[in-house]
Design a protein around this ligand. Sequence first.
Ligand SMILES: [Zn+2]
Ligand SMILES: [Zn+2]
Length: 166
Amino acid sequence: MILNLRELLSKGHVVTFQEHFDMQSVFEDCHEFRLSQAVDVDITASHQTGTVWVTGTMTAPLLLQCSKCLKHFEQTMQFSVKEGFTQDTEIVRKNEELHFIAEDRIDFVPYLRDIVIVNLPLASVCHKDCQGLCSECGVDRNLMKCECVQQLINPRMEALKNFFET
Ligand SMILES: [Zn+2]
Ligand SMILES: [Zn+2]
């Protein structure tokens, strides 16, 4: 996915990309998730006073691992895309959010990669009511009940403990 920055800046073109493409290899070294299918990218690049803004969305079907029961599950996430590029050092000095690009062409794929990695949930859960694994015997408590006694924390004691720790 290559954007011609020079052309966008000089001719004021508006370019739209609607692509369904495979990013599996881009995320090969990420252990938090896999992509179960190709991603959908729907972005528009447009020029605005020395800056090219690329905005839109990316929809990615992720294969995640539940942090509670360790099961793999699929979740499609939508990420919003908003990246600004400029070839002008003066503009980038005033707005540090912008990316300074000396070349005329931008490969947009690494930016898409970063958007996914930065916005991934810290702890993925397969279901909001996931019971997780029993900390004593290890059974998946979504599938089976066990006789283990779960240690319950007395909320009053917990409050006292926090009080002394702060
Ligand atoms: Zn789970
Ligand atoms: Zn158990």
